[in-house]
Design a protein around this ligand. Sequence first.
Ligand code: ZN
Length: 391
Amino acid sequence: MIKIIKGAKVYSPEYKGVKDVLVMGDKIWAVEDSISIDSNSNIEMVVISGKNKILTPGFIDSHVHITGGGGEGGFKTRIPEIMLSDITTGGITTLVGVLGTDGVTRNLLSLLAKARGLEEEGITTFIYSGSYRIPVISITGNGMRDIIIVDKVIGVGEIAISDHRSSQPTVQELKRVTADARVGGILSDKAGIVNLHLGDGKSVLNMVFEIVESTEIPYSQFLPTHLNRNSYLFEDAIKYGKAGGFIDFTTSYDPSENKIGGIKASKALKKSLDAGVPLERITYSSDGQGSLPVFNEKEEFVGLSVGKVASLFKEVKDAILEEKVPIEKVITVVTSNPASRLKLKNKGRIAKDFDADLVLLDENSLDIDTVIAKGRIMVQNKEIKVRGMFE
Ligand code: ZN
């Protein structure tokens, strides 16, 4: 089966001009000025009009609680599992599943099973080994073995630091976990990344700075997230990004939509670029299906809302339309940047031989029109074409 997307403005994420894109099976076969196939041939062919549309790579979300996060207000506040169309309607074609606060009633085998289920339904999925806690929970005995042996495990996380819900790990403990993830990644040719959950603690990123300064472990081993959750952490993130670290902003934080505050990811992106953080060090993730618990000043639970994966693209759009960051720059934070951070070699670009993960946007409204994952049309003309098993 062949698909041709004709005459779209292609952002690969760099702007390539108006092009035709040929998709064969699950791969991008060609990106040319004009592609035509003999209509008398027997090849089954679908032509998708790209007129007045923008074509971007499918989005990559490196932090999604696919089995549901939360539970901070007792068992009834455990958030349910995510559904396929929640993901695809948000333009997301690749994600990394994470556990979170609760590594007891939720475990890595169910996370792995859910990731496999979503893959069977049509998108690309990976997971991190571990939860908030050190010592890390694992499938095979430790995080390093998981990375080496389990195909879907590409790193460890989300390990919580600077948070009242963390296991209060010492620098030495975090060093050891990171060293294991690093060696696991080296031996299996995976990222071996350590995804760090940052809370509202005043020690911000100090532990990570200390590890990089006192060992041979490079900044690139860490992907700290939620760095826009408050202003003092955000200030530290800018310092960290300029020093060489990768910084990830959570798109679920929107002071106008939930009570937890923080700086909108779109604003955080603009401010970081203005402060001199190199664009290639910045990514977005949604924290989708995670809890956004509200605690009072005594750290008592007072309420909870659910993070939405759709926020990933909302903050892309707001960065373009409200913050006036050029589209080809903004797109990188959900495509080529996370692909290189997570070492996903066939993802995050529109180019020959890359996976056919594509998103068509209306040129004017920037609304998501069509989403293709591994060559399959998941959403078309804003209509869901493929639903998950229980949707
Ligand atoms: Zn988190």
